[in-house]
Design a protein around this ligand. Structure first.
Ligand SMILES: Nc1ncnc2c1ncn2[C@@H]1O[C@H](COP(=O)(O)OP(=O)(O)OP(=O)(O)O)[C@@H](O)[C@H]1O
Length: 696
């Protein structure tokens, strides 16, 4: 391990661990200790990070902030928090380890609880949206960055924790970036509250907050500078090598190429599971079908092939399948989005197929339009993908692009904060008491126009008052684990008396594809879909689907007969249940229904999505009300090919053209009524300047 002090830029060899500080058990507390499997003790000692244990602890003890860079799989995420725990340092304040994704937070907590010999939810636990296994005894908690932001709302100085480990910091998600600034501020405030500082203290806030930033692929110097010249520690060595192969020619159809490569590995290579990186649910489900079809054509001895999808909207029980070993002599092929790209260890994976693409959020602050595009990944993502192999044995990574293609990739992805709608983040910042969001300590400052757009949008949603401060409604919206637009719709549903329908539709919109369209059964599928179709558009069509699904109690055969995505509908029911619970907690009755008066529902959606509306043009096309862009209704929409004076849409996607999805017909006069603060009275033109834009 090398240790670099950023001020002096000296490099010194870290002393290897002097004592054989093997894993130990916490003595006190009410922890339910379960026995530590012997193999875990041995495995932990074999990890590259183990020899750097003492040096890491010394660095953390000495410096308020530390940046730790180590190869994928070297043991950063599972071991460093345990070292702190075993050193007895978490006695007065717990350890939080943030993850950009929930699947990582839950699987890591499970693994570490097992390694530490504790029951999950006791000394080691996790908290992700709608699922909390932590308890007052939890000393080490894995949580999503969004959940830590929420904890700051109720505990502004994060008294609970003395150590916050920001894992996979290179990903630079919007939430991670906002957390960076918030934590720096908390660290400095807690420093001032120390007994030898000038401010008064309470006995509970005597400890400083240590910030530890970790990744395999980040620009350490830059991070160190941002975190007040933090100490940088490099952990050398990886557990097992991974051999990387590139294609000789660029692959125009990466899906086909992934199919061929996966089958080739299956029929020609030795044992080991395969992980394929794809861009989204639809693509995963397509490849899943193709693989299953091809499996039938394989010789009998090669048919023991198990295909497991992995994407964010997959119900947790099915996500868990990817962590379960395949039956003996069966090869598992996991088809995943980039939720499997960082942090997680998928047991059994020896082969990685990297398509070189992902879905990336884009935002034009000029026209206020957000889009999701398939784009090339960065070099750093490619390395992370490679790092999913070689965690338990020698691995292989097949990159479906040329060596030149790799060389041309950007080093890192552009931070999300520079390319997405900031409304949700600004709402959280304001709720955490950061009123002057223009001068917040961002690691990369978003363009002023994007910040102003977000303030403008929140003001138009009535989340801010005339002085730019959070309104009562804004505080309510921040309580809700939803995008501000959806939170506004839910709030309005009380006055429109359609909370029941709105909750259902929000849950339904959380899944990409509810109606399946198998290539060779398109007509049959379209006919089945007709049964649910509403002339009002997709929102009410989805609602009809939910009613029918409930009437058959979610029967899987019914779903298959009607070309309904059973997996997706299962997820919808979970989100629905959780939303209803949150409603009850904030005293909103989730059962108030408007019957068949669907205008109320759509009016309600217009109050949150007035900025995602478009008007019919004389030539039959639609132009967005804000930004004046030509948009087309996506062929998957119920309203495809239909003409209505105005439409509302849930999502804008750019494939070959700019398409809108999740579309419903609305009346044009609902749009200015939906936000009198945004539009001139009764007109579809925006007011020149909004009060919130004038400054904090
Ligand atoms: N669920 C698991 N099952 C089997 N082995 C595991 C599991 N989780 C972790 N490991 C083992 O522990 C090692 C260290 O994992 P850890 O996540 O701590 O590494 P890391 O340095 O944080 O990697 P990354 O940078 O990829 O997140 C893995 O390489 C693997 O050998």
């Amino acid at each position: 391990m090398t240790n670099t002090n950023t001020k002096t830029k000296t490099k010194t060899e870290a002393t290897p661990a002097k004592t054989a500080n093997g894993p130990s058990r916490s003595k006190g507390g009410s922890d339910q200790v379960v026995s530590i499997p012997k193999r875990h003790e041995e495995e932990r000692k074999r990890l590259p990070i183990y020899s750097a244990r003492d040096a890491i602890l010394a660095g953390i003890k000495k410096h308020p902030s530390v940046i730790i860079v180590g190869e994928t799989g070297s043991g950063k995420t599972t071991q460093i928090p345990q070292y702190i725990l075993e050193a007895g340092w978490a006695q007065y304040g717990a350890i939080a380890v943030t993850q950009p994704r929930r699947v990582a937070a839950t699987s890591l907590a499970r693994r570490v609880a097992e390694e530490a010999g504790t029951k999950l939810g006791q000394r080691v636990g996790y908290t992700v949206r709608f699922d909390d296994t932590s308890s007052p005894h939890t000393k080490l908690k894995y949580l999503t960055d969004g959940m830590l932001m929420r904890e700051i709302l109720s505990d502004p100085l994060l008294h609970r924790y003395n150590y916050v480990l920001l894992d996979e910091a290179h990903e630079r998600t919007l939430r991670t970036d906002i957390l960076f600034g918030m934590l720096k501020d908390i660290q400095s405030k807690r420093h001032q509250l120390k007994p030898n500082g000038s401010a008064t203290t309470t006995p509970r806030i005597v400890d400083e907050l240590k910030i530890i930033v970790m990744s395999a692929t980040l620009d350490a110097e830059r991070f160190a500078k941002y975190f007040n010249n933090a100490e940088i520690l490099y952990v050398e060595g990886r557990q097992f090598p991974v051999r990387v192969f590139n294609t000789l020619e660029p692959q125009p159809d990466y899906l086909d190429s992934a199919l061929v490569t996966a089958l080739q590995i299956h029929t020609e290579q030795g044992p080991g599971d395969v992980l394929v990186f794809l861009t989204g649910q639809e693509e995963i489900e397509n490849l899943e079908k193709l693989l299953l079809e091809q499996r039938q054509r394989l010789p009998a001895e090669a048919q023991d092939l198990l295909v497991c999808p992995l994407f964010a909207a997959l119900p947790p029980a099915q996500q868990a399948l990817v962590f379960t070993p395949a039956p003996p002599r069966t090869r598992k092929i996991i088809l995943a989005t980039n939720i499997a790209e960082t942090s997680i260890t998928l047991p059994g994976i020896r082969y990685v197929i990297d398509t070189g693409v992902h879905k990336s959020r884009g935002y034009s602050s000029k026209i206020g339009i957000e889009s999701l595009l398939v784009a090339p990944i960065s070099k750093s993502s490619a390395r992370q993908r490679t790092g999913r192999a070689g965690r338990e044995a020698l691995g292989y990574c097949y990159r479906l692009y040329t060596e030149d293609g790799f060389a041309q990739l950007e080093e890192d992805s552009e931070p999300e904060i520079l390319r997405c709608n900031l409304a949700a983040a600004i709402l959280q910042l304001k709720a955490a008491g950061v009123n002057d969001v223009l001068d917040f300590d961002y690691m990369d400052r978003p363009p002023k126009l994007a910040l102003l757009r977000a303030l403008e949008q929140l003001y138009a949603l009535n989340a801010l008052d005339d002085t730019g401060r959070l309104s009562k409604l804004g505080k309510w919206m921040a309580e809700f684990p939803l995008d501000p637009c959806f939170a506004k719709v839910l709030f309005e549903s009380q006055a429109h008396q359609c909370t029941h329908e709105v909750i259902d539709i929000i849950a339904l919109l959380s899944v990409d594809t509810l109606f399946m369209m198998p290539f060779h059964k398109r007509e049959e599928a379209a006919e089945a879909r007709q049964k649910f179709t509403s002339l009002d558009g997709d929102h009410i069509t989805f609602l009809n689907l939910q009613k029918a699904y409930q009437s058959v109690k979610g029967d899987s055969q019914w779903c298959s007969d009607h070309f309904v995505n059973h997996r997706g509908m299962h997820h919808v029911q979970e989100v629905r249940k959780q939303l209803r619970q949150v409603c009850e907690r904030v005293k909103v009755n989730p059962n108030v229904s408007c019957g068949h008066d669907f205008d109320r529902v759509l009016q309600c959606f217009t109050t949150g999505f007035f900025h995602q509306t478009a008007l019919l043009q004389p030539d039959g096309t639609y132009r967005s009300v804000i930004g004046s862009q030509y948009v087309r209704i996506h062929p998957s929409s119920t309203l495809f090919g239909k003409r209505h004076e105005a439409i509302l849409y849930n999502e804008l996607v750019f494939t070959t053209r700019l398409y809108v999805r999740g579309v419903s017909a609305i009346q044009a006069n609902w749009i200015p009524e939906a936000s009198p603060r945004y539009f001139r009275q009764g007109q579809l033109t925006a007011k020149a300047a909004l009060p919130s834009v004038k400054g904090p």
